[in-house]
Design a binder for this molecule. Sequence first.
Ligand SMILES: *Cc1c(COP(=O)(O)O)cnc(C)c1O
Length: 412
Amino acid sequence: MAPAPSGLPGFFLGRGAETMTKDWKTRTSLVHEGSRRSQYGEMAEAIFLTQGFVYPTAEAAEARFVKAGEDEFIYARYGNPTTRMFEERIAALEGTEDAFATASGMAAVSGALMSCLRAGDHVVSARALFGSCLYVLEEVLGRFGVRITFVDGADLDQWRSAVTPGTKAVFFESMSNPALELVDIRSVSEIAHKAGALVICDNVFATPIFSRAVEQGADVVVYSTTKHIDGQGRALGGVVCGTKDFVRKVLEPYMKHTGGSMSPFTAWMHLNGMATLDLRCRAMADTALAVAKALESHPSVSKVIYPGLPSHPQHALAMDQMGSGGTLVTFEVAGGKDAAFRVMNALEIAKISNNLGDAKTIATHPATTTHQRLPQDQKDALGITPGLIRLSLGLEDVGDLIADLHQALSVA
Ligand SMILES: *Cc1c(COP(=O)(O)O)cnc(C)c1O
């Protein structure tokens, strides 16, 4: 074990910090990466529910405020050992130099954008966005004089004409909600980088397991960890992954002074969640594919959208970009809203809610809930029809889920 760099008694770098350079495969990293152990050598990651830290001397406090070392902390809004473990583990998974954990997915999205933009900057964004992301771009950034151009994320020609040499950043959700349309990360990153723009990718629907966003050109990858990373619908969280320069010099000063840091309790739950993240995402994606196939042949279903099906217009891109169709399936019930509601109300296993990436299968009716406030023309543009249901597949038995959908569809 390495000695504590600060010479502090009682806390030393654990296995994670020593093995950061080892070429571990994903599942090994997800269990061990970033672990730090106290003098007690606890097996499970410790939860440091502390807002502050004690300095052995006044001189040590002074030195820490001049420059805190890698394994030294000042205040939990700036950083915390449990949160740091989570940041190192997710950075190793995403393949970035560093990461900063935030209080929610929206703290991550707004922090990534607000920390690097100023009045007069130009941003190009895909139009199909999570409602709060749209609010941050249109309302908040707009109010502070940032110019935004919205494009159809799947149309590369629109990206080409919207991104100009002065463009500061591009933003997109790599897979849209609920239409499950992909943005071609490699091509959009090429267009952005030619103009000198930073590529910020909200990668929630792709999941960090199927993501290769950084390898494909994204500079900054953002997750709502509320979804697959927590995986059990308990905690709200987020994370921004990127270069050390971006995370520690651009993002961290903004986040630590504006107050959007992750709670150590959340980080501790996420560390536990990550140990099973690969297993869970792959099981959910296998189930999603089986459910999509079962729905595709059902007479009461007028449309199935799943990037893992050859019928999806971007199937080839999905396989190239993620190697999977992901963990969500969107389908349209023939008969509109009434039929969709009858199906949802008849489901016995899937719960009616609006989270995703949970161990429990969740059914959402976007037109009346998550996307209720969108004007009709925007609903039409995003393909949010009255009969549309979004399913986030969980960890239940796939046969049970398909039988449940069949019995629910029989009442539609
Ligand atoms: C859920 C979600 C967010 C926001 O995350 P919170 O944790 O709810 O703040 C942002 N982007 C996408 C794509 C999401 O699905």
